[in-house]
Design a protein. Sequence first.
Length: 128
Amino acid sequence: MDCWEPDLNEARPGDLRDTSTPRDIQALYESLLLGDALSVLGQARLRGWMLRNTTAGKRLGAAVPPGAELADKTGAGHYGVVNDAGVVWPDQARPLTLAVMTRTDRQDAVNYNVVVARVGQLIFGELL
């Protein structure tokens, strides 16, 4: 991180500080929650914390299929930034890591959770 909260949520176009990509975030969660980047205890602790996240209800949480568990982290900021990323453990299927990140070039753009929820519906409908 280059900045601290709340400055890291600024998201000015062209500013490369505090940036990532959906692919990098997806790979990070895959490594932390499904891979060997953490000990078994560390992985269980992180998964427990992320499973108790309550901010995803109008984002990916709104699209998770019945019987599936979602361990995720959400974020939002200026320029319409709305993010949700983590791991879904579907009932009777392999875990799926994903990251959905949105933004615009307008500083005053509204943060539309529904866009992330709709992407989740498309992903889950296709892959689960």
